[in-house]
Design a binder for this molecule. Structure first.
Ligand code: ARG
Length: 434
């Protein structure tokens, strides 16, 4: 029996299409300058909130041979957002990786579309300077050993106005917003705003840059208390009402956004070494990260939280660096997943004026034992054992001190003349100017 072989044609390309200037310019460019005969535009719905059908039509109007929209919101949250949440993943101590997590999702979807449409190439519109090109390329290379990668924006040397001219010369309408000269990347996990005036470190962001969050300094409504219910370290409901995780993210973006929660203005260490200034809004993730971490603090043993914090840190770095599909990332995630089994409980948070604070905690596997910790009556902690614990803990260090002291010989305390010794009443009096 002979196997059917599908002829993957490198001239057939699946393009990750966002509808922005660069990915739009990629469509004619791939055909004119990169030898492509067929361009499939793949628009991925990650909860941007935009209607994606107009985007699909725009791709066709820009010369794509076919254009499809794939809804990947569930994939983003279930396969990427939740494992990252379980790892308390933040980069540079603050950034909850909202854009970084979206790139491997787009990669998965576009690779699958490429295979379904017999394409031997995959293209993206990322430039040669940013993080996204690294994430797309690494994802494709780590998942598919044969796929060719085309990155037109890494090859052309267009300035932004030249990109507009190039698009317009092909009869394509180029929408350029003069009043909002920054770039935005939005999905259910959060919103990134970069470039334009944000590059000036003295520029204070004006309210127009923000879209998901109210100004925390002017919020005048009452705080909201909200309870997040977890099962196996996954948020499964709010205030006792079971909800799908995708809906939890959607709902919390709205509720926490009203309180101005999750706004960030940070200096970020880009993968290739430069520092950049980035603004983020991630209301839901900020709330969920707080709740999840609180639950871990309640229910995981001290050595596990300590070791896990190191794994979490490394995992966040790998996600940022575009190594989601690497072996180590998979192994680290397996460790994290193992720690989450049975991690059930509810954390109540108070949302108020840009802050989120845990105010109540409960878990069926809570390690909090009031009898052990209380300073009140009925304490069961074996206080008498403490001295022995301290004695043994100090033992190795005391042996080290003894050995050093023996080499040094008896301690020599230099004699201080009585007149300079502040402990002598005469010196103390003269030091006070008496
Ligand atoms: N600096 C962030 C990151 O590397 C955001 C990147 C957003 N991408 C974009 N094309 N605007 O994760």
């Amino acid at each position: 029996m002979s196997l059917t072989t599908v002829d993957f044609d490198r001239g057939r390309v699946a393009l990750a299409y966002s509808g922005d200037l660069d990915t739009t310019a990629c469509i004619p460019y791939l055909k004119e300058h990169m030898g492509c005969s067929y361009v499939l535009a793949v628009a991925v719905d990650l909860g941007q909130g935009d209607e994606l059908e107009p985007l699909r039509l725009k791709a066709l109007a820009s010369g794509a041979d076919e254009a499809i929209v794939i809804d990947a919101r569930h994939k983003l949250i279930l396969d990427y957002g939740l494992p990252a949440l379980q790892a308390n993943a933040v980069y540079n101590g603050k950034y909850p990786l909202s854009s970084a997590l979206a790139r491997p999702v787009i990669t998965d979807v576009v690779l699958q579309a490429a295979k379904d449409h017999h394409c031997g190439s995959v293209a993206h519109g990322s430039t040669g300077k940013g993080n996204d090109q690294i994430r797309f390329d690494l994802g494709i290379k780590l998942l598919d050993l044969d796929m060719q990668i085309l990155a037109p924006a890494r090859e052309w040397s267009f300035t932004r106005p030249e990109t507009v001219d190039y698009i317009q010369s092909h009869g394509i309408h180029a929408h350029v917003s003069a009043d909002k000269p920054w770039g935005v990347d939005l999905n259910l996990l959060g919103r990134n705003i970069e470039a334009g005036p944000i590059e000036d470190l003295d520029w204070v962001p004006t309210e127009e840059v923000w879209a998901l969050t109210a100004d925390p300094t002017t919020v005048d409504h009452e705080p909201d208390d909200i309870t997040v219910d977890f099962h196996d370290g996954v948020p499964t409901g709010l205030d006792g009402v079971p909800l799908h995780p995708v809906d939890i993210f959607g709902h919390l973006n709205h509720v926490a956004g009203r309180h101005g929660i999750g706004r960030l203005d940070v200096i970020e260490d880009r993968i290739m070494g430069m520092k950049s200034r980035e603004l983020y809004e991630a209301p839901a993730v900020t709330v969920l990260l707080t709740a999840h971490h609180e639950l871990e603090q309640l229910a995981l043993p001290r050595d596990v939280t300590s070791c896990k914090a190191q794994v979490d840190h490394l995992l966040a770095q790998y996600i940022y660096d575009g190594l989601w599909h690497s072996p180590l990332r998979e192994h680290l995630s397996a460790f994290v997943k193992e720690t989450q089994a049975g991690l059930n409980g509810s954390i109540t948070l108070r949302l108020s004026r840009g802050t989120v604070t845990a105010i109540r905690r409960s878990s069926s596997v809570s390690l909090y034992n009031h009898k052990l910790v209380t300073y009140g009556a009925g304490c069961t902690f074996p206080t008498g054992a403490s001295e022995g614990f301290i004695e043994i803990t100090a033992l190795a260090g005391r042996e080290w001190r003894r050995a050093r002291n023996e080499i040094a010989g008896p301690a020599k305390t230099p004699a201080i003349p009585a007149s300079e010794n502040p402990r002598e009443p005469a010196a103390a009096a003269s030091a006070l100017g008496a």
